[in-house]
Design a protein around this ligand. Structure first.
Ligand code: DAH
Length: 342
């Protein structure tokens, strides 16, 4: 009686275990067949009391064997389900370690910053100090101290954004010359990169906001030869190749004599394009020997000292270097443009 019941239970339990379609279904079977309370095995064990003493040992052993067979079948099937679940996850959840993380991109320097840093390195290696001045300036520093008298037409050369109280957005980096002379005194070697502003019609080669780099050297016997030497060193450092330049007389109230140093347009090679306004040349480096009035207004005795100065168009330079054909890209904030320099 007991023997056949055990054999039946074993057969039906193993068949159900083999047929279980999921781990959850298997768990239901475990509870019904082998659970502690009210399971088929527990119920059968209650019949052990009625087994005649002679059969007890044999039937007891058979019961244990049946129980063990069912439990190991349950465990094996459970392990198989766990394995299958893990394999399914491993198949589904793969990722490519070489793909860049989404949304995160390394930052990079703006092309103007790249050039500015290069020029700073070049000039500091030649003993120049890097100065910065405020973007909001006094009329005195922006104009008067640079030998531009109140009614002089030169003020019209630079369309100024005027602020309240006689202040203005600096139209050039030259006011930092004034601050440098006053603060450091002679002898003096300084450069001053920075942002400048002009109330201008915006087009492919004009912006209301752009960057310049001012330079000034004051010493006992500075000549045009010094100026040419430093300007050549500067241009060779920037372009790392031969560039064609020309020197023309240029008028700026703060220098005498004043020059325009032009370079042949690197974008079109001198053939003519929108950036060089079809002329083949780009005005890059106005410069000259510092006017005695400027030295005097900077607190330096022009009988004892003289110097040269230059004003480099950093924005224009960046456009030349990177063949950028529209100045508006530089401050447009379009990441597609900026990422090209990363
Ligand atoms: N400040 C001038 C401008 O923005 C550029 C300039 C010309 C600066 C001649 C200089 C210089 O130092 O010597 O147009």
């Amino acid at each position: 009686m007991m023997e056949s019941q055990l054999a039946e239970l074993k057969a039906s339990a193993l068949a159900r275990i083999a047929a279980a379609a999921s781990a959850a279904e298997l768990e239901v079977i475990r509870v019904e067949v082998a659970g502690r309370k009210g399971s088929q095995l527990t119920e059968l064990s209650k019949g052990m009391g009625k087994v005649p003493p002679v059969d007890k040992g044999r039937i007891g052993k058979l019961f244990n064997e049946t129980k063990t067979a069912i439990e190991s079948a349950l465990d094996a099937r459970q392990a198989a389900f766990a394995d299958a679940a893990l394999n399914a996850r491993l198949d589904a959840e793969w990722f490519d370690l070489t793909v860049p993380p989404p949304g995160v991109r390394p930052g990079a320097l703006h092309p103007i910053t790249i050039i500015q840093k290069e020029i700073e390195d070049l000039f500091t290696s030649m003993g120049f100090t890097v100065l910065s001045g405020p973007e909001v300036e006094t009329e005195f520093n922006n104009f008067d101290a640079l030998n531009i008298p109140p009614d002089h037409p030169a003020r019209d050369m630079q369309d100024t954004f005027w602020l309240e109280g006689g202040h203005l957005l600096r139209t050039h980096t030259s006011p930092v010359q004034v601050r440098g002379m006053q603060r450091l005194g002679p002898p003096l070697r300084m450069i001053a990169p920075g942002r400048v502003f002009r109330n201008e019609e915006v087009d492919p080669s004009h912006e209301h906001t752009f960057y310049q780099l001012e330079g000034m050297m004051v010493d006992r016997e500075v000549s045009v030869a010094y100026l040419i030497y430093y300007m050549k060193t500067l241009l060779q450092g920037i372009f790392k190749r031969e560039v064609t330049v020309r020197l023309r007389p240029g008028y700026f109230p703060f220098v005498e004599p004043g020059f325009e140093l032009d370079i042949q347009c690197l974008l079109c090679g001198g053939k003519g394009c929108p950036v060089c306004k079809q002329s083949g040349w780009v005005e890059l480096l106005p410069c000259g020997l510092v006017h005695p009035n400027v030295l005097r207004l900077g607190g330096i005795d022009p009988e004892q000292w003289n110097g040269f100065a230059f004003g480099l168009g950093l924005t224009r330079l960046a456009m030349m270097r990177y063949a950028i054909d529209d100045i508006r890209h530089l401050q447009g904030g379009d990441l597609r443009f900026l990422r090209q320099f990363a």
